[in-house]
Design a protein around this ligand. Structure first.
Ligand code: SAM
Length: 253
């Protein structure tokens, strides 16, 4: 079946596979300027803690040795900046994202934080990375993979561009598994986040998509199988905040 005939989820809607990326791009073009503020408001600042836990797991080299991180769907640069702050002088990050508006905000932030010499921004698609095989020492993707239409292609590309012995880390919303918290989380997600999105960005629909897309993402064990199928070894995950998010990990051996 070609991409024109296949369907996929865009939130709770079924859409042609080939249309999903355009719809996703519209979401992030619409919210880019207020994306970082909305993250703080929606998560009460918790996204900072989750991202820091990802950086702790990444544990970038603190020395002079060259360490090249590829942060895919890196948007406004949060993961790359945090990694740069934790790392030594040999650290370089490439933030790759399909959305020029998100990247533009990221570039401004890099200059403001004096990190523009160590963090660069490149427009590109996770499904078809414009980098050579065996280029990077680590690959991160935070809250990005569920937006990519062909997740299996993105995982294969991650494997291809990583050097043998390097790490794949994926932070993503997951499945709440604490009785009681699941109902509160659903109520908050569907009743608070879209109106908050309307108040802050003027766009409730984009935030409805974000909430719905979380529910469509595979459960952690199923996603771990996808990571294994892409070729990664020692695949595992850790759940945080009652399963609101999970940090998936694999090694390219
Ligand atoms: N990683 C950042 C963070 O944690 O704050 C941004 C995450 S944001 C929720 C999702 C990002 O995925 C957006 O910037 C969007 O443009 C990007 N994205 C969606 N589809 C993509 C694709 N196929 N390739 C690369 N980036 C993509």
């Amino acid at each position: 079946m070609s991409g024109a005939d296949q369907t996929t989820h865009f939130g709770f809607r079924d859409v042609p596979l080939n249309d999903k990326q355009t719809l996703v791009n519209d979401v992030f073009h619409s919210v880019a300027q207020r994306y970082d503020l909305m993250n703080d408001l929606m998560s009460a600042g918790l996204h900072r803690l989750w991202k820091q836990l990802m950086i702790n797991a990444l544990d970038p080299s603190r020395g002079d040795t060259r360490f090249c991180l590829l942060d895919v769907a890196g948007g406004t640069g949060d993961i790359a900046f945090r990694a740069a702050q934790a790392a030594g002088p040999g650290f370089r990050a490439t933030v790759c994202d399909i959305n020029s508006d998100m990247l533009a905000v990221g570039r401004e932030r890099a200059v403001a934080q004096h990190l523009d010499d160590r963090v660069s921004f490149v427009e590109g698609n996770a499904e078809a990375l414009a980098f050579s095989n065996n280029t990077f020492d680590a690959y991160t993707i935070a809250f990005g993979i569920r937006n990519v239409p062909r997740i299996d292609c993105a995982l294969s590309e991650a494997f291809r561009v990583l050097r043998p012995g390097s790490r794949f880390l994926c932070l993503e919303f997951s499945t709440v598994d604490v009785p009681g918290l699941d109902r509160i989380y659903d109520l908050f997600s569907f009743n608070v986040i879209p109106p908050l999105g309307r108040a802050v960005t003027g766009d409730a629909e984009s935030y409805r998509y974000l909430v719905e897309s979380i529910r469509q993402f595979p459960r952690p064990a199923a996603f771990a199988d996808m990571i294994r199928s892409a070729g990664f070894s020692r695949v595992g995950w850790q759940s945080f905040s009652g399963g609101i998010v999970a940090l998936h990990s694999g090694w390219r051996l």
